[in-house]
Design a protein around this ligand. Structure first.
Ligand code: ADP
Ligand code: ZN
Length: 731
């Protein structure tokens, strides 16, 4: 399709709607015609639905029954590059196009007429009688030189009631006007701020700037230890992109990080960028969606779904902490935002910067192979040096079974607290205890809907299933044997560790940072800031603290259980543990005070633990790559995870066996199918789950073969098939 295509009234057009139908439907162009890419409202049965004119109609349907497009919406038409992106991303992830279009229209009220709001500015008339309040209002309006305010903004700034403003309107001293609610964002100035870069940083920034100027696609892996100034460097690439008049998108893995980042952007560019994530209000989402499409937003920072915003002229995508697993969507459409960023950029001629201290093996391999450019910052900025890392061999510590902080770690924590420094105790497990067992009969309390144990959360005073979110109060008696008072927690979670720390360090201020302990992102941000300002001595944290926060007083990191991630059969267990331990350790000693990271482990000679301690990154990646190459697994082979789920256990196994038997389309491309087997979590929300795993060579056309294979089966009404290309987790 070309954007120049225009359809006159009555001509047939094909419209893709957000409704789950697997085809583009024919309609007649409305009065006044419509162009390809236009967002339209069309009738579908008794309803009106949102759609996009995807191209000419097929004309394979009885013409007399074809209905007309109701109207063309007043928003920028979808650009051709977006249509291509959605199509390719849909093909890659085997997602129906209607679901892809839903991703691209995640803003409410797109079909509403542009909404207006009343604004107030200085009028010509002088009021006959001046009061203090009136004077203040007029002064505010004069001070801001012609700027328009909303009623509440103006009243608040002047410190008067709204009736004072209304009174001035009646007198003609203040003008009331209508203004569209969806207004452009404040312009960013690429030359506003900016730090003086070190030699290392300046060189990397220079290379990135030149690459942005080239105006063509390319991906750069920007590596550098935590604190080396990667953010400073990629903001220079953003500046160059803005100078070129193009838009920039920065993806962050965690909403909690945006506040700190927004402040840095404002200091660099003199204004705030648009902020897109699940915590943003609906009206703001619509504003961003529209402004991105019209060029009224130069920079967006956001979560992975920001990739599907209708950028008018996208020149740069930064994926910060590119190895982070939260970039992989694990619900609904299964996509990896890092890979989709590269796809999107390659279509619209934009640059990609993947930033990380501990890149994913995929990106490391692509850089080694020359598919990505590579830039490395080797040292921390300023006085900061990387923390020293040591293992604590837990076999020699002889802790009682309900204690997890070793004597060695305890001594180091005490030393820090005495000096007024901070210590972080890290455990990657939410809640109080992962298991609740009955000491009378041995029964472990499980979820009624999932094959998973309930996790005790004392903070919430409930048992919580981490699979489905179901909660229930802690029972008084064992649900299995009925004996009272014998239920006991087994193993540590972050809350239990906090309890131990409070007892061990009675003089210290202990705070816990875990994602489920804060009612809102705002409360969490406030807590993070309080810690950074010195409002705590000991921080007990989950994975949440591993990401990007800067705590200047923090000089000791104690990892309670470094072996935790090494258990299990996950293909990426070693990689994940390596990344996580390096990230957590990187929290220590980010200013001039030197940091120390202590890893409590029962297997100090494990190769992954040894690699972490040695800090031998290249060696680790090389060994990990060799192992995966040898096993022909990603990134050296391709995989797809298929999960069948149903309320009927017989139905899923029958279907799974049938799928394994009729594997012709897969064998044609040399792919193998493994399973069916019960999934590691064999039941979630009352649905039984069966897994198949498809493995293929790197170059094999996997998606096409999967599509042909899946098309052979008609699952029962209760059964769902979910396909995960490049699965990151196996559950
Ligand atoms: P990274 O993104 O690699 O973790 P940052 O860009 O966040 O590193 O830099 C770490 C800290 O050092 C930040 O507080 C940052 O402002 C500061 N910093 C880095 N480079 C410079 C510089 N050239 N001048 C001043 N401060 C810098
Ligand atoms: Zn459950």
């Amino acid at each position: 399709m070309t954007q120049a295509e225009f359809y006159h009234e009555g001509e047939l057009v094909g419209v893709l709607t957000t409704q789950p139908l697997d085809r583009v439907l024919d309609y007649k162009a409305p009065e006044g015609g419509c162009r390809a890419g236009a967002f339209v409202e069309v009738p579908l049965g008794p309803r009106k639905v949102l759609g996009v004119v995807w191209g000419p109609g097929k004309g394979d349907y009885d013409r007399s029954k074809i209905r007309s497009v109701i109207r063309v919406l007043d928003v920028a038409p979808m650009r051709e590059e977006m249509q291509i992106f959605l199509t390719k991303a849909g093909d890659y992830t085997l997602t129906p196009m209607s679901a892809m279009l839903r991703l691209a229209t995640r803003a409410p009220g797109l079909s509403d007429p542009p909404s207006m709001q009343k604004v107030y500015r200085l009028g010509g008339a002088e009021p006959d009688r001046m009061t203090d309040a009136r004077t203040r209002v007029l002064e505010v309006l004069r001070d801001y030189g012609g700027l328009a305010f909303t009623l509440s903004e103006l009243a608040e700034t002047a410190g008067v009631t709204t009736s004072v403003v209304k009174g001035l309107v009646k007198l003609g001293a203040v003008l009331e006007e209508d203004r569209p609610r969806d207004t452009p964002f404040q312009r960013l100035d690429p030359d506003y701020g900016g730090k003086e870069l070190t030699e290392d940083q300046a060189e990397a920034a220079g290379v990135l700037r030149a690459s942005v100027r080239s105006g063509s696609y390319g991906t750069t892996l920007l590596r550098g230890v935590t604190g080396s100034g990667k953010t400073e460097v990629y903001l220079e690439a953003v500046a160059e992109c803005l100078r070129a008049g193009r838009q920039a998108l920065v993806l962050l893995p965690e909403i909690a990080l945006t506040a700190e980042f927004l402040t840095r952007v404002e200091a660099r560019f003199g204004a705030k960028p648009a902020e897109w994530h699940s915590g943003v209000t609906m009206t703001e989402r619509r504003r961003i969606w529209k402004m991105v499409g019209e060029g009224g937003a130069q920079m967006v920072i956001g979560a992975r779904s920001a990739l599907f915003l209708p950028f008018q002229n996208l020149g740069l995508i930064v994926v910060d902490e590119e190895h982070d697993t939260s970039y992989k969507q694990e619900d609904g459409v299964l996509y990896n935002a890092r890979d989709m960023a590269v796809l999107r950029a390659s279509i619209c001629g934009a640059r990609v910067v993947l930033a990380s201290a501990t890149p994913s093996l995929e990106s490391w391999t692509n850089a080694e192979a020359g598919k990505y450019d590579k830039l490395t910052l080797t040292s921390r900025y300023g006085e900061a040096v990387l923390p020293e890392m040591r293992a604590i061999d837990m076999r020699g510590e002889q802790l009682p079974s309900d204690r997890w902080i070793s004597g060695a770690l305890q001594r180091e924590v005490n030393a820090r607290v005495e000096k007024g420094e901070q210590a972080l105790l890290f455990i990657n497990r939410r809640g109080y205890a992962p298991i609740t067992i009955c000491r009378a009969c041995g029964h472990q309390i499980g979820c009624d809907h999932c094959d998973a144990r309930m996790v005790e959360h004392r903070f919430l005073k409930r048992l919580v299933c981490h699979q489905c979110g179901e909660t229930k109060p802690m029972p008084e008696t064992c649900p299995s044997c009925g004996v009272e008072g014998r239920l006991a927690p087994v193993g540590p979670g972050v809350e239990r560790l906090a309890e131990e720390a409070t007892a061990l360090f009675p003089e210290a201020r202990v705070v816990t940072l875990s994602s489920d302990m804060f009612g809102s992102a705002r409360a969490l941000k406030a807590q993070i800031k309080a810690i950074a300002d010195g409002g705590a001595d000991i921080i007990i944290g989950t994975q949440l603290v591993a990401k990007g926060h800067n705590f200047p007083l923090l000089t000791l990191v104690g990892v309670i259980d470094a072996d935790l991630g090494l258990q299990g059969s996950d293909l990426r267990a070693a990689e994940r543990t390596f990344q996580l331990m390096r990230q957590v350790a990187g929290r220590a000693g980010r200013s001039e005070r030197k940091g120390l990271a202590l890893l409590q482990t029962y297997q100090p000679e494990h190769p992954v633990i040894r690699a972490i301690l040695a800090g031998d990154e290249e060696g680790f990646w090389q060994a990990e790559a060799d192992e995966r190459r040898h096993a022909s697994v990603p990134p050296f082979g391709r995989m797809a995870g298929i999960v069948l789920s149903s309320t009927d256990v017989q139905e899923v196994f029958d279907l799974g066996n049938d799928m394994a038997r009729r594997d012709g389309p897969l064998r044609q491309i040399g792919a193998q199918v493994f399973g069916p087997a019960p999934a590691p979590i064999a039941r979630i929300r009352g649905r039984h789950r069966v897994r198949l795993l498809v493995k293929a060579d790197k170059g094999a056309p996997l998606q096409a073969a999967l599509a042909r294979w899946l098309a052979q089966f008609r699952p029962g009404p209760q059964t769902r098939i979910s396909v995960d290309i490049d699965p990151q987790t196996f559950y």
